[in-house]
Design a protein around this ligand. Structure first.
Ligand SMILES: C[S@@+](CC[C@H](N)C(=O)[O-])C[C@H]1O[C@@H](n2cnc3c(N)ncnc32)[C@H](O)[C@@H]1O
Length: 277
């Protein structure tokens, strides 16, 4: 059977590393979801669900559990919005890939307007094909490079990023961009395979990622190189402690860390201070 031609990227990566990563993800896009499910036995779905649970700042967003406004609505205290009815929250899912996390965000916050941003046209095309019903109205997929977001300052109540940060060419520049597009009081949530430090997580990554993962990834996508890159990118990434220090340095206030599966993955939550830079 003839494979359809890969989609052309419309957003240029900032450097050679970015261009390689972009081409790699577009190449594996059609088998990416299958590879994730096979490799993690579905655990990635549970991790995404945990990460998505507290994406909107509790002080200004109602998750519906208190019987107030609809999930994903934002009540801006003291403004006309509180009298006229709640505004809809805006969430950016950065490095959104095939929109799995974007759809999970939509399930959690059905009233929110969500942008799924990624520089791989192929990944976004696979994701867009999964959108049905209300998700088509609330979710928009947009090609963008994480180092130069095509979004105005303070445009989002929350920025979410799952398994994307590790691939970036310049983590600090991209983090400053996330800070810029968050409104004061807005929240950043990052789910990532940080470089492991504990004995269990180091042993797990060393064994599993170098054996099972490349074989299963190759079987699901036909691209062995991409799944040899994954363990390398984890080894070259920062630890969760170093990442929190970076957030602090650029002006984001870390409000929580969660280690998943003995530290194999982690979730970091941070907020843009109110009244800060
Ligand atoms: C491992 S996938 C994660 C996809 C999705 N968030 C998930 O959880 O399945 C990493 C994604 O980050 C995207 N990405 C990497 N570097 C990027 C950059 N500089 N700008 C935008 N997207 C980028 C890739 O195209 C890819 O879709």
């Amino acid at each position: 059977m003839t494979q359809p031609a890969p989609l052309a990227e419309t957003v240029a990566a900032i450097d050679a590393h970015g261009a390689r990563v972009q081409g790699m993800f577009t190449d594996i896009a059609r088998g990416y979801d299958r590879a994730n499910r096979w490799m993690s036995l579905g655990i990635d779905v549970l991790w995404r669900r945990s990460a998505v649970a507290e994406v909107l700042p509790g002080s200004c967003a109602d998750d519906g559990s208190r019987g107030g406004v609809a999930p994903g609505s934002v009540v801006v205290e003291g403004s006309h919005a509180a009298a006229d009815g709640p505004l809809r929250a805006r969430i950016l899912d950065l490095c959104a890939g095939t929109l799995d996390s974007t759809l999970e965000l939509h399930r959690r916050y059905p009233q929110a307007d969500i942008v799924g941003g990624d520089f791989s046209a192929g990944m976004l095309a696979v994701g867009e094909a999964k959108l049905r019903g209300a998700a088509r109205e609330r979710l928009v997929a947009r090609e963008m490079d994480a180092h130069a977001l095509p979004e105005p300052d303070a445009a989002f109540d929350a920025v979410f990023c799952a398994f994307g940060a590790r691939n970036l060419s310049d983590l600090e520049t991209a983090t400053r961009e996330q800070l810029r597009v968050l409104r004061p009081g807005g929240r950043l949530t990052v789910l990532e395979f940080f470089r492991p430090r504990g004995l269990f997580s180091r042993a797990f990554h060393a064994c599993y990622n170098r054996t099972v993962l490349p074989v299963v990834g190759w079987a699901a996508t036909g691209n062995l190189g991409a799944y040899l890159y994954l363990p390398r990118s984890i080894g070259a990434f920062v630890t969760i402690e170093d990442y929190c220090a970076l957030l602090d340095r650029v002006g984001l206030q870390v409000i929580g860390q969660q280690r998943l599966f003995g530290g194999v993955a982690g979730i970091v939550r941070a907020e843009r201070p109110r009244g800060g830079a």
